[in-house]
Design a protein around this ligand. Structure first.
Ligand code: UD1
Length: 425
């Protein structure tokens, strides 16, 4: 098993370019199941979740081959045995994204239920209720959900809570349904709007993606397209917090400031200087003589929320930052249950954090010391890496296969910014 050895403290300085967004690339890959001609996706991040999704698509009959600028996905011309097996689904919950497009395209899909994961139960009831509303017959047996429909039909469906992959699943399915579908209480993450851009290039008629209500006029077939995946806002946010926690100065290229409004606001309130211009977002931490309130980090309380709120995918990284705040910070994790596993590991490095249900109180002003810590999930790992950058001495972050699910070449990007990070087996 691979690990990072990080020697701190370090001051991150320089510029970094983010990879394509994993969470935009996953639904874009699933959408290729709907097409009758090849779809070429550019700027796919080189991360493990993408390799898993491509393997799953190949399993479903899609041919994938590298083209000069991207990955060409050639859809199967006849229905294949449409089974998304447990072995693939268990490593990546987003595998459920193949359910909607498969049943819409082939009239039948069988996908393993994702089951629990490190960050809570995470049901898929909304995906299933929505597909039922579109006329699919669902059966759950032997740990699999089977969906059947001769042809899905347009319908109105209201999500009982905003779900990102749930919205994407239904958006894709509705593109091949007979008639008009109106989805309300949709998630509004930028990755949903990006998926709609790809689907529109394939010939779909969609209005309102990125807002609470999405209207889709179904069509009998969709064609091919070429689409570039936008930059990863969560990766960008991670490096910006990295600048803040190390008192550094980092310019992040490739992500849009308007997709990171909640984080940028919190960093500014904390006293970090933020500028965005010329396609880059620059964060200058305190200690760089640039603190906006005369030199001390003061993190505000934060509650995670669906977009445009503070992203749950940056909560662990922010918790690492809050250990350096002059005042105590309360972090309320309101999207997922049980997403505080990094707190115990941060405590082993000297942080003082008390968890009460979905709230964490981070005392701040902690002198972190290097320790041997264990990554538990993708973003928790990123939080530990950031803490290690400002800790005194050597930190070993074990099980970085979690990080490799979603961060492309993190160690070389950090090294380029001046960090002392090594990957070892
Ligand atoms: C997506 C992101 C993930 C991010 C999360 C929240 C992808 C591939 N992953 O995950 O990185 O952390 O959004 O921003 O884009 N829920 C239900 N029933 C459902 C579906 C969801 O109760 O049918 C609940 C979940 O348990 C959770 C909340 O809704 O409490 C939000 O989850 P959701 O938006 O679905 O997360 P994902 O799409 O899995």
């Amino acid at each position: 098993m691979e690990r990072f050895t990080i020697t701190g403290p370090t001051r991150l300085e320089g510029s970094v370019t983010v990879a394509g967004a994993k969470n935009a690339a996953l639904p874009a890959l699933a959408a290729t199941l709907l097409a009758e001609q090849p779809v070429v996706l550019e700027n796919l991040p080189q991360v493990r979740d993408i390799r898993t999704m491509v393997r799953l698509l190949q399993h479903l009959g899609v041919e994938a081959c590298e083209d000069r600028a991207g990955l060409e996905l050639q859809p199967a011309l006849r229905p294949v045995e449409n089974v998304a097996p447990y072995d693939l689904v268990k490593t990546m919950r987003a595998s459920v994204l193949v359910l909607g497009p498969s049943v819409a395209r082939w009239g039948r899909a069988r996908v393993s239920l994702p089951g629990g994961c490190a960050i809570g139960v995470r049901p898929i009831d909304q995906h299933l209720a929505g597909l039922e509303a579109l006329g699919a017959e669902l059966r759950i047996e032997h740990g699999y959900v089977t969906a059947r429909a001769k042809r899905l039909r347009g319908a109105r469906f209201r999500f009982s809570l905003p779900t990102v992959t749930g919205t994407e699943n239904l958006l894709m399915a509705a593109c091949l349904a007979d008639g008009v579908t109106r989805l309300s209480n949709c998630a509004r993450e930028p990755e949903i709007a990006d998926l709609a851009t790809l689907l529109a290039a394939m010939g779909a008629t969609i209005e309102g993606a990125g807002t609470e209500t999405i209207t889709i006029e179904g069509s009998p077939t969709l064609g091919g397209a070429r689409h570039a995946i936008p930059g990863d806002r969560i990766e960008a946010g991670t490096y910006l917090i990295g600048a803040a926690i190390t008192g550094g100065d980092v310019a992040v290229h490739g992500a849009r400031a308007q997709d990171l409004v909640a984080l940028l606001e919190v960093l500014r309130e904390s006293g970090v200087s933020i500028e965005s211009s010329g396609g880059a977002i620059r964060a200058r931490g305190i200690g760089d003589g640039e603190g906006e309130d005369g030199g001390a980090l003061h993190c505000p309380d934060v509650t995670t929320a669906p977009h445009p709120g503070f992203p749950t995918d940056l909560q662990a990284q922010f918790m690492a930052l809050a250990t350096q705040s002059e005042r105590p910070t309360t972090i309320h994790e309101a999207v997922f249950e049980n997403r505080f596993q990094h707190a115990a590991e941060l405590t082993r490095m000297g942080a003082r954090i008390r968890i009460e249900g979905s709230r964490a109180r981070v005392e701040g002003r902690s002198r972190l010391l290097g320790a041997h810590v264990m990554a538990t999930d993708l973003r928790a790992s990123a939080g530990l890496v950031l803490a290690a950058l400002c800790a005194q001495g050597e930190t070993v972050v074990d099980r970085i296969y979690h990080l490799d699910r979603g961060y492309e070449q993190m160690e070389s990007k950090l090294q380029h910014l001046g960090a002392r990070v090594e990957r070892t087996a």
